[in-house]
Design a protein around this ligand. Structure first.
Ligand SMILES: NC(=O)c1ccc[n+]([C@@H]2O[C@H](COP(=O)([O-])OP(=O)(O)OC[C@H]3O[C@@H](n4cnc5c(N)ncnc54)[C@H](O)[C@@H]3O)[C@@H](O)[C@H]2O)c1
Length: 345
């Protein structure tokens, strides 16, 4: 009997209501062109339904939820690949129990988010937003230009809470700026820190010493409100906070107060406590903050890169190779998974 084609499906939200692609830079042609591979889009649903998974080997998932109810009892599905690095929409425990690998795409976001952090740092240090405003004001605005002196970066200290995928890349990209690098990470890869010239310090020291405190750790019970009133009070009045990680890592009320009282120089925020924020949120009224709607890293290359990671994961799986970016690594040792991988070879 001929072998059934390897089947990859994409969640329905990869297409807009008019049928056009949500992310035109996500190139699925390697899947469409692969002999022996059948690639389809699912109907758009909030939560993936088990019957949609009956004859599927790999699912590429945008925003739909994948819960224990999404798992078909026939045990065919081998991989759920998220389009991005967040996976709170996936019941990882249920996937692990069913021998399904959950895959994310750190290779796709590393450079784009690191660039976003540097964009904030350069815009804040150069007083870019206010200079844009006064320029538009004509002669009266131009007359104010010496009121908005920027901050040179040479010898200044770039600090990070976390030096994983993105934090390390940020430092790597900042190397030509001749800054001092400090970071706190309880699980730091000491070799990476050493090779990038990063001094590993205590958490409070990052806040005390950095001219730019950047947040590059995951949101968890232990990092929620890690940037609180006490830590903000440690920062210098000339220092800036940059958060591209997750909003709730910062106590936003405390940050708003520190910024209102000019106890720190400013902030660059890609992420907020509530997204989208209420239009009357006081933080939105502040002139010492630059915002982005959780999208500063969104570029053609970002989505192309994320998509390429998921495509590679599906093709690897099809050839019986372990995909990269597996979150629930314990699944890789399970007999169900090993048997499945074997059957693809
Ligand atoms: N703005 C965006 O569009 C966007 C896109 C992708 C990722 N992110 C966010 O960026 C953050 C970093 O992502 P990543 O890919 O580098 O993750 P990662 O897991 O590779 O690195 C996170 C690092 O934080 C460290 N860490 C954990 N707890 C810590 C603590 N209490 N103090 C200091 N460090 C701690 C970990 O040891 C790890 O080295 C995450 O919050 C992620 O959700 C945002």
């Amino acid at each position: 009997m001929a072998k059934a084609p390897f089947k990859v499906v994409l969640s329905g939200d990869f297409k807009k209501a008019d049928g056009s692609p949500t992310f035109p830079d996500f190139d699925i042609s390697p899947l469409l062109d692969q002999p022996g591979l059948d690639c389809r889009f699912l109907e758009r649903v909030d939560e993936i339904r088990a019957e949609q998974m009956a004859d599927v080997d790999a699912l590429i998932l945008l925003t739909s939820r994948f819960t224990k109810n999404s798992i078909h009892p026939n045990g065919r599905l081998a991989m759920v690949a998220r389009f991005g690095v967040g996976y709170d929409s996936v019941d990882v425990q249920a996937c692990t129990a069913a021998g399904i690998a959950v895959v994310i795409t750190p290779d796709g976001v590393r450079r784009p988010v690191a660039v976003a952090i540097l964009t904030f740092m350069l815009a804040l240090s150069g007083r870019m937003m206010v200079k844009d405003l006064i320029t538009r004001d004509g002669p009266a605005g131009w007359a104010k230009k010496s009121d908005h002196m920027g901050v040179g970066l040479i010898g200044r200290t770039l600090g990070s809470v976390g030096i994983g995928n993105i934090g390390a890349e940020m430092f790597r990209m900042a190397m030509p700026l001749d800054m001092k690098f400090i970071a706190h990470d309880p699980y730091a890869n000491v070799e990476v820190a050493r090779s990038l010239g990063i001094e590993l310090v205590t958490l409070d020291e990052v806040f005390r010493r950095a001219d730019f405190v950047t947040v590059n750790c995951p949101l968890s019970d232990s990092t929620r409100h890690l940037v609180n009133a006490e830590r903000l009070a440690l920062m210098r009045p000339t220092a800036f906070l940059i958060n591209t990680a997750r909003g709730p890592i910062v106590d936003q009320k405390a940050l708003t107060k520190a910024l209102q009282e000019r106890r720190i120089a400013g902030a660059g925020l890609d992420v907020l406590d509530k997204e989208p924020p209420d239009a009357d949120d006081p933080i939105l009224k502040l002139d010492n903050v630059i915002f982005a709607p959780h999208a500063l890293c969104w570029t053609d290359q970002c989505f192309a890169g994320i998509g390429a990671c998921d495509v590679r994961a599906a093709l690897d799986l099809m050839q019986g190779k372990e995909p990269t970016g597996v979150v629930n690594k314990e699944v890789l040792a399970s007999p169900v998974w090993r048997k499945r991988l074997e059957s693809f070879r």
